[in-house]
Design a binder for this molecule. Structure first.
Ligand SMILES: *Cc1c(COP(=O)(O)O)cnc(C)c1O
Length: 400
């Protein structure tokens, strides 16, 4: 067998820090590497694999659509994009959908829509207030909105008109708002930043501030959407509705897709010729998205995620009593982080991998779990056993 890791190091850009597992196939919450070793996959494709690996609903939608029509371009109508848009609109607070191919592209579309609306109705207002530790993507516009300086700085100058304020700090939001401010962009729960929860009432307060100042509220639900937090969209649990919402990750169960949804009065400002993408709304992606979304909605996957989360969090919180290094369990639904009292998350991730569990160190002191929404009780229990053993091994003096 080729040394795949060495070949990757030889032929691909070295811009990722991959775990040394060469994954060959998956089924549900499990994957197997090229040597046949089995792992429990609690990375879940970074919140993408909402139904797990090789789910027949996703696989069949993809296969059936591939045999019929893969791509046409946006010069024509196709039915899957219309059906998926209808499903998203009927199941959200928003009125229209635009499809693209990734999360960062959905953010780019939202930035353009907000600026277009500002151009038309707010005397050219274009500034966007976003949050420190917020993550919105890696293309230059979305990167300008991203609140982690080390991601941005090597690529500056980026688009102007973005400011970043501390998470959960309403006074800072107010102070950053000027006559030029057109929108506030935020994740309902900060995912890549460490699974940072909004303080109670914070999203409501931001919504009120937007209403008082005629600002658009853009929710980046790229990670939190599609049932991830125990409701179809995270905003539902806060009772706060955005004007624009970005989706991607789990939307098509693993097939690349992104979407921007908006209220009618806002969407009307993006007119013919203003924006587009060759692959966007592609029948393969939208047919798979339609099948995935339908399955999530019709089979109570959001409730399943919420129940699984209770089991997972109860068990993780019980570790707080046994292992002093476990300081916090935070998150919602199947988006959970374990806060650690020391910067040992990379070691914990490696110790988990050796024991057959894939997780991700979202911060030096936090491990993130994003398993499929339909992860079984048994899989949750096994993952917790491994995680606990891994933390014990990393923190026990003899293990060093
Ligand atoms: C992953 C993510 C993005 C970027 O999505 P890509 O598909 O990687 O471009 C943007 N915002 C949030 C909240 C994300 O989690």
């Amino acid at each position: 067998m080729p040394d795949w890791v060495a070949e990757e190091h030889r032929y691909l850009f070295q811009n990722y820090g991959r775990q040394p597992v060469v994954i060959e196939r998956g089924e549900g919450t499990r994957v197997w590497d090229v040597e046949g070793k089995e792992y429990l996959d609690f990375v879940g494709g970074l919140a993408v694999n909402v139904l797990g690996h090789a789910h027949p609903v996703v696989a069949n939608a993809l296969a059936e659509q591939a045999k019929k029509l893969i791509h046409t371009s946006n010069l024509f109508y196709t039915t899957p994009m219309i059906e998926l848009a209808k499903l998203l609109v009927e199941n959200s607070c928003l009125d229209r959908a635009f499809f693209c191919n990734s999360g960062t592209e959905a953010i780019e579309a939202a930035i353009k829509l907000a600026r277009r609306w500002g151009y038309d109705t707010r005397n050219g207002a274009y500034e966007i207030v976003a949050f420190l530790d917020g993550f919105h993507g890696r293309t230059t516009g979305a990167l300008a909105a991203t609140g982690t300086a080390r991601y941005r700085e090597p690529f500056e100058p980026l688009a102007t008109g973005f400011s970043h304020v501390p998470w959960n700090d309403l006074e800072a939001v107010k102070a950053a708002t000027t006559d030029r401010t057109v929108a506030i962009l935020m994740e309902p729960i900060q995912g890549e930043g460490g699974v940072n929860m909004p303080a109670p009432g914070f999203l409501r307060a931001v919504r009120d501030w937007c209403n008082e100042n005629n600002l658009l509220l853009i929710f980046d639900e790229i990670q939190t959407g599609i049932g991830r937090t125990g409701s179809l969209f995270a905003y539902e649990q806060e009772g706060v509705e955005p004007d624009i919402m970005c989706l991607a990750k789990g939307l098509a169960g693993g097939v690349p897709i992104g979407a921007m949804l908006a209220r009618e009065e806002i969407a009307a400002h993006l007119v013919k010729g203003d924006h587009g993408t060759t692959f966007g709304a592609n029948p393969l992606a939208t047919a798979t998205g339609l099948a995935t979304m339908k399955y999530v909605i019709e089979n109570g996957l959001t409730g399943q995620a919420a129940r699984g989360s209770d089991r997972l969090c109860t068990r993780l919180r019980s570790m707080e009593d046994r292992l002093p290094v476990v300081t916090e369990v935070r998150g919602r639904g199947m988006l959970i982080a374990i806060g650690l009292g020391a910067d040992i998350s990379a070691e914990v991730v490696e110790a988990c991998r050796q024991r057959g569990l894939l997780v991700n160190n979202v911060r030096p002191n936090a491990v993130r779990l994003m398993p499929p929404l339909n992860t079984s009780d048994d899989e949750i229990d096994r993952a917790c056993d491994i995680l606990e053993a891994a933390i014990v091994a990393v923190t026990a003096p003899t293990a060093k």
